[in-house]
Design a protein around this ligand. Structure first.
Ligand code: GLN
Length: 503
């Protein structure tokens, strides 16, 4: 493997700025890596055929003395939920096969403007519905730690690309955990920003009140650097916050010293049941907390009695919003059309949606349409919204006592491909600790906490902060990362078997 693919985005950016390597060399190294391993991993749905031209342009501008952004010349993988003008955007669905967008998602436009080099589009569960990437219409992605296992979902492609050193950083989207849970099972870092902190314009909508775009990386600093590029107000997104955000990279750099842990109040949720969590996940979580405590943090039990109803409320709110958002795939405006000779427009619509949507999408459209139907609105959707408010209040009360809340990022390590795909409830329960964060609109980050003893697979710890305190998560995340990587004697990913390491 070329050394260039082993570098963090921050280190690669430094070498590019110093003229030690060119973007063409860095981009070529990643394209070679993709060619070498993606047949096994299947992180990408599409690899850009002009990434080298983009890289050459950055190199030319740099040699001409142009002032470039901090990450200029660094390759980037893009989840296929984000629309791009130069590559197809399918959201993992057959109904959008080959679809070319007339515009770029704001986050993509910002990444391009900052000089990042798009490598390709990454695989995902269809319309971001799932926790394993098995619901992709284009076949599953494989976890670089064990190719028989899932890389998480829905953003399994972005997480696997970063974990397999096919890309230094990637963009993801997180509606109920799709950035954080893949990070957990692949030993990577994933951040879901405060709702409204990053533009959703051009992110193919799943559930608009929950969706957030965010960074995926191997280090906390790299996520912060990418967040700095993509974040901030966007007039094209009506829910975009107008805040002036601090530099997240500065926060991550500041946090790395570990000072922030002294006196930091870390909340653990009293009501989070130990049952349902794999022993190795609980053990890794407790060990990380103990390390933080030894470094000066105070672990405080907080009560969040409604946290456990998050999944139930989410599976009413999400399908309701999704059924409405997906109504636009009507065979007229976007993508696929199945012709029905002699049929009405409704026949064509029905045949197209039948052929174009997979089972999980159909399941959720049916659920959502039912939950929103006149006689049931109050009983289901209305009640779920009330639960959502109670969860938000739980967080408000907890954050009156602590600076951050910590949970395991997901209940189990990567499961086997095929193990849960036919059992929606088991699949849904993967997001028990990530979903409440989306329901409350607050930021959450997952960083590696270690390997589970029983299977040697990665485990993540999630930190949650109050809305708008994304910088706090980068500070704390970087501090905990330094603490744990020192203990391991090097990054966890050095031990991923597909990369030649030994668990
Ligand atoms: N796994 C969750 C779901 O299936 C979350 C998906 C997401 O965050 N996009 O809805």
């Amino acid at each position: 493997m070329s050394d260039l693919t082993r570098l963090t985005a921050a280190d690669l950016a430094d070498k590019l700025a110093a003229g030690e390597v060119s973007s063409v060399e860095a981009t070529q190294a990643h394209l070679d890596r993709i060619a070498a391993v993606d047949g096994d991993v299947h992180a990408f749905l599409h690899v850009s055929d002009h990434a080298l031209d983009v890289a050459a342009d950055i190199d030319r501008r740099r040699s001409a003395g142009e002032q470039l952004g901090g990450l200029a010349g660094v390759p980037l993988a893009i989840k296929d939920v984000l629309v791009t003008t130069d590559m197809p955007s399918t959201s993992g669905s057959r109904i959008l096969e080959g679809y070319m967008s007339p515009y770029d998602a704001t986050v993509v436009a910002r990444a391009r403007a900052a000089g990042l080099v798009p490598l390709g589009k990454t695989n995902m569960d269809e319309f971001a519905m799932g926790s394993s990437t098995e619901h992709s219409a284009y076949g599953p992605t494989h976890n670089p730690w064990d190719l028989d296992r899932i890389p998480g979902g829905s953003g399994g492609g972005s997480a696997a690309a970063v974990a397999a050193f096919e890309a230094p950083i990637a963009l993801g989207s997180d509606t109920g955990g799709s950035i954080r849970q893949p990070a957990h099972v692949t030993g990577t870092v994933g951040m879901k920003p405060t709702y409204g902190g990053v533009s959703r314009f051009g992110a193919i909508a799943l559930a608009s009140s929950l969706d957030q775009v965010g960074p995926v990386s191997r280090t906390v600093l790299d996520s912060a650097l990418l967040h700095d590029v993509i974040g901030g107000h966007d007039p094209h997104d009506s829910t975009s916050l107008t805040d002036a955000w601090p530099s997240f990279a500065a926060a991550a750099r500041e946090g790395a010293s570990g000072e922030v842990l002294k006196g930091l109040r870390v909340g653990v949720i009293a009501e989070l049941p130990d049952s349902g969590f794999q022993p190795g996940v609980s053990a890794s979580f407790r060990a990380a907390l103990a390390a933080m405590e030894a470094a000066g943090a105070e672990i405080v039990e907080v009560s969040a009695p409604h946290f456990e109803y998050g999944v139930a409320a989410y599976y009413l709110i999400l399908p309701a919003e999704a059924s409405s958002n997906l109504a636009k795939f009507d065979s007229v405006r976007f993508g696929m059309r199945v012709n029905v000779p002699g049929g009405t427009v409704e026949d064509v619509m029905a045949a197209t949606r039948d052929a174009g949507f997979g089972d999980e999408v159909k399941r959720r459209v049916i659920l959502g349409t039912y939950a929103l139907s006149a006689g049931y609105y109050d009983a289901y959707y209305g009640s779920a919204q009330k639960v959502r408010t109670l969860i938000q209040r739980d967080f408000d009360e907890a954050f009156a006592q602590v600076d951050v809340i910590a949970t395991p990022s997901a209940p189990t390590t990567a499961f086997k491909i095929g193990e849960k795909v036919d059992d929606p409830i088991q699949m849904y329960l993967n997001d028990v600790t990530t979903i409440p964060v989306n329901l409350a609109g607050v930021p959450g980050i997952s960083i590696p906490s270690g390997l589970a003893e029983e299977d040697g697979l990665p485990v993540g710890i999630q930190f949650i902060a109050p809305a708008r305190e994304d910088a706090r998560l980068y500070r704390v995340g970087a501090a905990v990362e330094t603490l744990l990587v020192d203990r391991w004697g090097g990054p966890l990913l050095d031990r991923a078997p597909v990369l030649g390491g030994t668990r």
